[in-house]
Design a protein around this ligand. Structure first.
Ligand SMILES: Nc1ncnc2c1ncn2[C@@H]1O[C@H](COP(=O)(O)OP(=O)(O)O)[C@@H](O)[C@H]1O
Ligand SMILES: [Mg+2]
Length: 298
């Protein structure tokens, strides 16, 4: 069965999208079957992987966008999967194994205007439909916005694991703390909708430090994060095996450039890196391997 993982932090701009896209791509390069869901109405992951032209078609028609599963009868999750999503400029598929369910700007309506049956919240509808796809994948990844509103809830409710991207600063630590609080509340609120087959609610398994500038000493922020994690572990508010990942992703221009080029960093190859930047490629590969080794919740 697929490992289902949400990448989330209550802080924006920490690198959730960059991490999840590049990790998903690395997992696919390692031969894993990966499905990525974009749950952020800003659609960063979708625009990145589809490039504007393909994404605009979906955004203007709404056809094929995640929100359409909440328009009853219009689409099911399995109809929305874009197989082997990454293409080069000529339209040739260059990364077999990475599939995407894209989002568009209308996902905001799920928060503001959705008036479905309260006995069937959006996360339950999503979870039921996702079950039809799970056997086809090794990893199903959810790129969440910095909150646990309805779109994020879809990811969190369906996940077995939660990873928290963070920068080595105080705001990331606050975001992590807030996340633990809100996650606890959501698990309580959604408990009555869980059935035995779903397993236990997902807990935070780890923090991943991202965008580390060369020469920056992160020992102090790392220690602060570790202390907070120890407190939460003692209070059973994160997984007992929760830890800070060994892999940290360095800050590199090529990460930002990859977004403009419309492909994950690991598809760019070393040619397009500035001197010394090929190492960020290795970081993503190492992270993918660390996630594989982590092996899911104990
Ligand atoms: N390792 C990195 N090196 C350089 N820039 C990065 C790195 N990770 C993320 N960024 C940049 O930081 C910005 C925020 O990243 P993003 O992944 O969109 O964050 P989030 O999804 O948490 O809002 C983007 O411009 C992205 O290109
Ligand atoms: Mg994002």
């Amino acid at each position: 069965m697929a490992r289902k993982i949400s990448f989330i932090n209550y802080k924006g701009g920490v690198g959730k999208t960059s991490l999840i896209v590049n990790t998903a791509a690395s997992l696919a390069q390692l031969g894993r079957r990966v499905l990525l869901f974009d749950f952020d109405t800003q659609s960063n992951a979708s625009i990145w992987l589809l490039r504007l032209e393909r994404w605009n078609k979906i955004n203007s028609s709404g056809e094929g966008a995640f929100y359409s599963i909440f328009d009853p009868g219009r689409a099911r999750v399995k109809d929305l999967v874009i197989k082997d999503v990454v293409e080069d400029k000529t339209g040739k598929k260059i990364l077999p194994g990475l599939d995407l369910v894209p989002t568009t700007f209308n996902l905001v309506d799920l928060e503001a205007e959705y008036t479905g049956d309260p006995k069937r919240p959006p996360y339950l509808i999503f979870q039921e439909q996702l079950a039809e796809l799970e056997a086809d994948y090794d990893f199903i990844l959810f790129d969440c916005p910095p909150n646990i509103l309805r779109a994020s809830q879809c990811g969190v409710f369906a996940s077995n694991e939660i990873y928290v991207p963070a920068n080595p600063d105080a705001l990331s630590l606050i975001g992590f703390t807030l996340l633990v609080e809100k996650l606890g509340k959501f698990h309580q609120l959604s408990a009555s909708f869980r059935t035995a087959g779903m397993g236990v609610p997902a807990q935070i398994q780890g923090v991943i430090f991202n965008s580390i500038k060369t020469g920056l000493d992160i020992e102090v922020p790392k220690m602060r994060m570790q202390l907070r994690m120890n407190q939460f572990r003692a209070a059973k508010r994160v997984a007992q095996e929760a830890r800070i990942f060994d892999t940290r992703i360095r800050d590199a221009m090529v990460v930002r450039r990859a977004v403009t080029l419309g492909v994950p960093v690991v598809c760019l190859g070393q040619d397009s890196s500035e001197p010394g930047e090929e190492s960020v490629l290795t970081d993503y590969r190492q992270l993918a391997n660390e996630i594989i080794r982590q092996g899911g919740p104990a």
